[in-house]
Design a protein around this ligand. Structure first.
Ligand SMILES: Cc1cc2nc3c(=O)[nH]c(=O)nc-3n(C[C@H](O)[C@H](O)[C@H](O)COP(=O)(O)OP(=O)(O)OC[C@H]3O[C@@H](n4cnc5c(N)ncnc54)[C@H](O)[C@@H]3O)c2cc1C
Length: 390
């Protein structure tokens, strides 16, 4: 097995680095530990998105006829890895760019593509995701928000929850039941809902990090034009599966964790905790796990290069990195000793509270994009061939 990159791929890596040197100011290079801060500067995130779009990077994987570069999976991974290494900020419209836009390329009508794609990439239209409901998370097919047919469109009524960034979103891509009588996975529609209308109310949920990035969305007869339904009225589930297919981690994640482990080792040295054998072992374990994660990423990449779909491997990957990150963050706050118990914004917090913040954020990582229990169920059934539970 060859784990190296070709000369062409290395040249592409250099192209990304050169562009970053010219376009990513030093003060925009964030810390890169513990995800992101929800209340980070949204203007900066919007500006950064605009720069990436102008540079053509947000269409890297798109086909040439849609203005992209048809980048191979390896090129995409190199791009993501260099972004992560540079500490580049996240982009404001990340859900629209990474989930909705590629889904529209597959399922959208020509009108929808023309109306939305450029605006999504350029940050003019920011989307949030309205899938989860108070009683429909892991069991998403249990969703109850309903869409009723009206002249020329639909009226949507119900409640969504945990919607990231809904408080600044212009639109939501949202699932709602179009047929109450149909079986759970059928009779669901996929809609693009204007968030700035009287039938939509957004309430932020205060989190233990101090942020309020996740929101509840209350819909009372929210109006959606016919043109803003993707696919047929009962095709929502299939389209949602396409969305989930774009929700994957890769080499960029590996770079993030390697960086976190390096910083963890630095913290342990600085705090004099390296004298403790159990801390040394935890840091060494973190280093080994981060390296294994890189190898998993390379294996997945090899499969992708050969045109193989990720399948249940995606569950192994998600389970591995999210549980690993929890251990890394746990070790770090332990190394900080009593300082680890301070709130991230405490004036006495070490390193600007980033490790406490990272620890809190890591708790969410084993929940979103499929919880650890759900991933284990998938691995048990599809990888290990165990019988399906009730
Ligand atoms: C950071 C973050 C961002 C999010 N952003 C969005 C967003 O933008 N839009 C959106 O729509 N949603 C979003 N979500 C919601 C996310 O998709 C749900 O939290 C997730 O699907 C789990 O659903 P739930 O919270 O309802 O938990 P539940 O599904 O109620 O699960 C509760 C517990 O039961 C376990 N469990 C459930 N079913 C099974 C089973 N069959 N076997 C074993 N154990 C089981 C779960 O693992 C979990 O531990 C976000 C969540 C987080 C944490």
């Amino acid at each position: 097995m060859d784990l190296g990159f070709t000369a062409e791929e290395e040249a592409f890596r250099q192209e990304v680095r050169t562009w970053l040197d010219l376009n990513l100011p030093a003060e925009w290079r964030h810390r890169g530990v513990g995800g992101y801060r929800e209340d980070d500067d949204t203007d900066l995130q919007r500006q950064w998105q605009r720069r990436l779009h102008d540079g053509g990077w947000l269409k890297l994987a798109w086909p040439r006829e849609a203005g992209g570069r048809t980048a191979t999976p390896v090129m995409q991974a190199i791009y993501q890895e260099e972004m992560a290494k540079s500490g580049a900020p996240i982009i404001l419209g990340r859900l629209g760019v990474s989930l909705l836009a590629p889904t529209l390329l597959v399922h959208g009508s020509q009108w929808q593509k023309d109306a939305y794609l450029d605006k999504i990439l350029g940050g003019e239209l920011v989307f949030c995701q309205g899938f989860s409901e108070p009683d429909a998370g892991s069991d998403l097919a249990g969703l109850r928000t309903r869409a009723e047919k009206r002249d020329g469109g639909w009226a949507i009524t119900g409640q969504k929850t945990w919607s990231s960034g809904a408080h600044y979103a212009d639109k939501s891509f949202l699932l709602a039941r179009t047929d109450q009588q149909a079986e759970a996975h059928h009779g669901i529609g996929f809609f693009l809902v204007d968030m700035h209308q009287p039938g939509v109310e957004v309430r932020r949920i205060r989190q233990m990090t101090g942020g309020g990035e996740f929101c509840e969305i209350f819909l009372s007869g929210a109006e959606v034009d016919e043109k803003d339904m993707i696919g047929e009225p009962g095709a929502g589930w299939k389209i949602a599966m396409t969305v989930f297919g774009f929700e994957r981690g890769g080499l960029a994640q590996a770079a993030r964790f390697e960086r976190a482990v390096e910083q963890l080792a630095g913290l342990a040295r600085e705090r004099g905790a390296g004298a403790d054998a159990s801390v040394r072992q935890q840091v060494a374990q973190a280093q080994i796990e981060a390296h294994v994660f890189r190898l998993i990423g390379l294996r997945n990449l090899t499969k992708a290069q050969h045109g193989q779909a990720p399948g249940a491997d995606a569950s192994l990957t998600k389970l591995y990195w999210s549980e690993m990150d929890k251990r890394i963050q746990e070790t770090a706050v332990g190394v900080e000793g009593p300082y680890g118990a301070l709130a991230p914004d405490s004036p006495f917090a070490l390193e600007d509270g980033r490790w406490q913040y990272g620890w809190m954020w890591a708790q969410a990582e084993t929940i979103y994009a499929g919880s650890s229990e759900i991933q284990r169920n998938i691995i048990a059934e599809r990888v290990l061939g165990l019988p399906r539970g009730r």
